[in-house]
Design a protein around this ligand. Structure first.
Ligand code: PPS
Length: 314
């Protein structure tokens, strides 16, 4: 075991930065921002038939989907957002409010249970941690699942971990990569998150979108989300929602850019939650050997699934 890693409290070796900020629950690494009691509260929570859960693996377009759902819910009126923030309108259900005191901190679920219907909620939980009535093969509320190719999600996650204090600050991309490959980053494996929802993609309560398709044709994604939410809009309204939800528009908006609410390492340099928002940035990080090893895992896990992800043009 290297001097920068430990197995204490974990089923296998983790880097020190993970040991300091995370724990393991049912084989999944979780940060103290999502303590066991918060995960249990989510798992046992009561689902309302008019809920919409935005479910994603971290760094896959969650915030983008939140923005689109909020605007669709408000019939494209930007005033729905003004004076507030999408992160406040769409609560992150598995977090506690004070990650320094995870055993006693109030939970976001406490607020979520008091929210008026219809609720828009967001989560990165693996199916085994989601509310029973959501994780079932016959979900009792709507689920918008957004998948991003795992190589870009990994690069985005690496940067994010190094800019928000509750998450482990990995010493290098190479260290992060090994943990990601082993499914040992906070919230676990990309494959275990994405594939169950891909299998349920034809259920009437499930809409499965891909980040890369949203980049290619945002108005189409707006239309799909609108139909899913039972709305029918003119092309003008669809375009208005798409225009307000580009990377540039969201980065410039004080109601959409999470930097306004995220405190911490963000003040170091010019880091931003809204980092690049592109497809294919992974090519700047994956070495040839890392790419080969990831492709081996990817091919093994994805074989027979029928799911094809877009990794950007060569
Ligand atoms: S989180 O922390 O898990 O909720 O992050 P998440 O919102 O899922 O993903 C953040 C990445 O999505 C990018 N993003 C966008 N890309 C394109 N268009 C729009 N409108 C948009 N909004 C957010 C954001 O920049 C992060 O990706 P990277 O690659 O780091 O830039």
């Amino acid at each position: 075991m290297s001097k920068d890693s430990t197995t204490e409290g974990f089923s296998s070796r983790v880097p020190d930065c993970v040991a300091e900020s995370c724990f393991e629950y049912q084989g999944v690494i979780l940060s103290y921002i999502t303590p066991k009691r918060a995960i249990d509260a989510v798992r046992n929570s009561k689902v309302r038939p008019d809920d919409l859960y935005i479910v994603t693996y971290p760094k896959s377009g969650t915030t983008w989907a939140e923005q689109l759902c909020v605007l669709v819910k408000g019939d494209g009126e930007k005033s729905t957002l003004e004076g507030t923030h999408i992160m406040k309108l769409v609560p992150f259900i598995e977090i506690c409010l004070d990650h320094r005191n995870p055993e006693t901190s109030p939970l976001k679920m406490d607020e979520v249970e008091k929210m008026p219907s219809p609720r828009l909620l967001r989560t990165h939980c693996l199916p085994k941690f989601l509310p029973y009535d959501v994780s079932t093969d016959d979900p009792k509320a709507k689920v918008l699942y957004v998948a991003r190719n795992p190589k870009d999600a990994a690069v985005s996650y690496y940067h994010f971990c190094n800019y928000v204090p509750p998450l482990p600050s990995y010493p290098s991309w190479d260290v992060f990569f090994e943990e990601f490959l082993a499914g040992r980053v906070p919230q676990g494996s990309w494959f275990e998150n994405v594939l169950p929802w891909w299998r349920k993609r034809n259920h009437p309560n499930v809409l499965f979108l891909k980040y890369e398709d949203m980049k290619k044709d945002l108005p189409k994604a707006v239309k799909q989300i609108a139909e899913f939410m039972g709305k029918s809009f003119t092309d003008d309204v669809i375009q208005k929602i798409a225009d307000a939800s580009t990377f540039k528009a969201m980065k410039e908006s004080s109601s959409s850019n999470p930097d306004i609410l995220i405190k911490g390492r963000i003040d170091e340099g010019n880091k931003s939650f809204m980092r690049k928002g592109i497809v294919g940035d992974w090519k700047n990080y994956f070495s040839d050997d890392q790419n080969k090893r990831f492709d081996e895992l990817y091919n093994k896990e994805m074989t027979g699934s029928g799911l094809e992800m877009d990794f950007g043009s060569p």
